[in-house]
Design a protein around this ligand. Sequence first.
Ligand SMILES: Cc1cc2nc3c(=O)[nH]c(=O)nc-3n(C[C@H](O)[C@H](O)[C@H](O)COP(=O)(O)OP(=O)(O)OC[C@H]3O[C@@H](n4cnc5c(N)ncnc54)[C@H](O)[C@@H]3O)c2cc1C
Ligand code: SF4
Ligand code: SF4
Length: 1001
Amino acid sequence: MNAPLPAGVLADRDELARRLSRETEGEVLFDAASRGRYATDASIYQIMPVGVFVPKTPADVAIALQVAREMGAPVLPRGGGTSQCGQTTGAALVIDFSKHLRRLLELDLDAQQAVVEPGMVLDHLNAQLKAHGLWYPVDVSTSAQATLGGMAGNNSCGSRSIAYGNMVHNVERIAAWTSDGSELDFGPLDTLGAKERDIAEFVRGLAQALAPEIDAHWPTVMRRVAGYNLDIFRPKSERPYTADGSVNLAHLLVGAEGTLAMSRSLTLRLAPLPKHKVLGVVNFARFHTAMDSAQHIVKLSPTAVELVDRTMIELARANPAFRTVIETALIAQRGQSPDAILLVEFSGEDRAVLLKQLQSLVELMGDLGLPGSVVEMPDEAAQKALWEVRKAGLNIMMSLKGDGKPVSFIEDCAVPLEHLAEYTDALTEVFARHGTRGTWYAHASVGTLHVRPILDMRRDGAARMRAIAEEAAALVRKYRGAYSGEHGDGLCRGEWIRWQFGPKIDDAFRVIKQRLDPGNVFNPGKIVDPPKMDDARLFRFPQGYRTIPLKPVLDWSAWNVQNDPVTEATTAPGTGGDSTGGLAKAVEMCNNNGHCRKFDAGTMCPSYRVTRDEQHLTRGRANTLRLALSGQLEGEALDGEAVKAALDLCVSCKGCKRDCPTGVDMARMKIEATAAYKSRHGYTLRDKLIAHLPRYARLASALPWLFNLRNEVPALARWAERTLGFAAARSLPRWRHDTLRREAPRYGLVDAAQALAAQKSVVLWVDTFNGHFETENARDAVRVLQAAGYAVHVPGLQGEPLCCGRTYLATGMPDRARASAGALVAALAPFAARGIAIVGLEPSCLLSLRDEALVMGLGEAAKTVAAHALTFEEFLAREAMAGRFAPPLQPATRPIKVHGHCHQKAFGVVQPVLEVLRLIPGAKPELIESSCCGMAGSFGYEAEHHAVSMQMAELALLPAVRAAGDAWIVADSASCRHQIADGAQREALHVARVLAAHLER
Ligand SMILES: Cc1cc2nc3c(=O)[nH]c(=O)nc-3n(C[C@H](O)[C@H](O)[C@H](O)COP(=O)(O)OP(=O)(O)OC[C@H]3O[C@@H](n4cnc5c(N)ncnc54)[C@H](O)[C@@H]3O)c2cc1C
Ligand code: SF4
Ligand code: SF4
């Protein structure tokens, strides 16, 4: 599957690991799964590294470099691993800078410079700069996960590069280790020390000798990132690298992809944050006209000109979440979407000037024969919403199911703007000739349009990739553009460097490499002596890629499909030929883009946020599963220890189901992995206690004093931790005698027949937790519903309890879960069939009717129930909107803060909580921006997870609760309420209780 290690690469991996462990403080990860997690980036490639080293300090890096050099191991520095060309994959010792080496070292506000460690993420830097009115303006789309070391390594470029340039234009100095262990300081020529000056003179000599070659072959577009920046001594970029035209040796390292030196710190040139922005959205009936207009629009000095083509517009229109926003940008053309829109942004200090520029755009389009084609968007909130749609469009495109995937290999060729229209037309024809199609988007301002033809690398994709690449290259040459204009060379474009620059300059790159890294220690095979782009031994999915046979416990057939590269239509579920019934293909939806490393709003991925470990990240988990399912984990499969370890801290929050661009649903995958592991290794007593809780709850509530003893007697709690594994530091939910079954007769409920006959009825399904531990929630929900005139039926008050089966799924007992969910579905189906809403109080239990219950083989009844299953607040919001729910409520007297449960967020049903709370006169409920509370079912109660659980809660939720004063804290899930009580000593309430408290008496 993988290419053999290059000649000379070390033989004694164990000794390398031993020495690193002995001589450094860093983490040494040499097991198969860890190496596998670092074998890929966002490209199509996969190379197993020799090992992975996560340094704690810069000193660790220096020692690791020395040890690796002494032992003949190459070294590959890595940031977020989001590269698209394979430059972050290699048979080397991977050094991950992103976990610990991520500090802002210095900030000089007067000079507008920041010194950062290479592992710092761009968004994290900008968050610190914002208060000072500054930012680092190389705004890559991956800003939430790309590190500044990686950005420098790739000479990254942002959407606003037309105004600010690429990395090379914004790096002032780089302090770096060279392969002999020296620490050099690369910067402006007149500041260099002796060693650095020698290097500069050497490179200058090469540039001078090659002046005619450089003049003849060097692309003059700004977006040229291939090879080494030999042109620092013979400037060729449209935009000079320095303001005064002087030479800065740090620029030689920018774009070097970690092949020349390994950066220790970077000095960055900051820019003032623009005070104002205005946007003009130009609508085009023809794509060609849009491309042709870009050259004229840029003369108005915009800060961005970004393309969105018809396919993306249609995708956004088809998505209810984006339809309204995209339509604000469109000019109706007989109901048709325009063929393309250009988002033209002007930003700066003076709003009046910007508005004039916007008018100039309107006039220009009139002059170009397109009067009335501009939607003016002076409002920044509207602009922000539209930029989000532009990003989401790509995500929807990437979520195509089947083995054909949009492949990045010519997605950033840059051509001069006057040729952009011809180039895009010609490339579209190339795609058609090769039986595929491209969706175009992004940086029209600088002639760098992203486009990814759909190719199936497991079948004929490699051959088609090469053919398309060759034809695209010929076009780039014809239009005197740059083949590599944004994402670097890596494995994908390395072989094109010689083609682009000619043999003499390519040889000079080799000479530069030999001068700085004579032992070929740093990232071998990138830029110099690269492999062929279609060397199948380097592919993640080579021809003939196989998965192991496996029968999953859930139905994954929706992923088991193939697609048509031109129409993107998919075959029927179950026809994709997946030996694992679709599970493997669902796992393979992870394209390694690293979006799950983000820390901003959203839930994904709480375990990464507290550990910063690749292993505890959605991407790391998906890679582990992929390797296990394809037999690449040294014999370990889904039921092995490596998979168990990778999923151990996954709290099944479903954050990834919603936030991952391709919808990787790790919570559902964990059900498979847990079932496989437990069925092989057996169930612990704790598993059984958790799993069967709904069954013994009735008994426990009969003797609550006995079952609560563990909470009363510290010695018992310690004993339970030792023997059962429940954290002694944690209180367990309190058993009580007044359960729902005992209390319900007082509630004035109707029976099943009455509910079916009533004009206005609702089924309130009360889960085990609300029914046994927090009866008040059920009581108040009934009161609220009755106050609004509903006949309320609560099923399951006799006989076996009605449970969704979550406790069984969580502990690896899918058969019991199926039986339990099946009984629930059977009980609810008659009501659903009559169109009566099934309302639940615990979000995760209710929403499992719309999620897991649909893939457990429960047939049509499950679908009928799912179609009518609503959270309590969803139901009330819907009814209020229809004018059917208007209970008499007293005015609010206290603020209200709402914490959304992860599954509410995953299903987009947090807003209804706010909507129903707004029915309270004067109430202004506010959402607490938080990820997972960390309790997550039984996770937070488990001794080995207690600390991580509390760390998750402390990330945002608990500080916000502590700062909430006398506000009502609303949390609809029992887990979140328990975590808030334990961590902040505050009572949080279900929304039903807050509404009931406001009912007029
Ligand atoms: C969906 C998507 C969108 C993207 N959008 C953009 C975009 O808008 N603009 C853009 O330019 N790119 C984009 N990229 C590519 C990629 O995100 C950027 O190049 C990013 O800057 C890489 O950062 P990273 O931390 O992931 O670096 P990595 O991928 O980890 O590393 C990049 C290179 O830098 C080297 N490197 C890392 N650390 C060091 C160090 N300490 N010393 C020396 N070398 C080092 C590595 O060896 C590697 O060669 C996109 C990628 C994806 C998947
Ligand atoms: S899990 Fe999703 S967000 Fe994370 S890398 Fe994979 S595709 Fe990207
Ligand atoms: S379910 Fe939650 S914890 Fe698990 S991988 Fe997804 S986001 Fe991370």
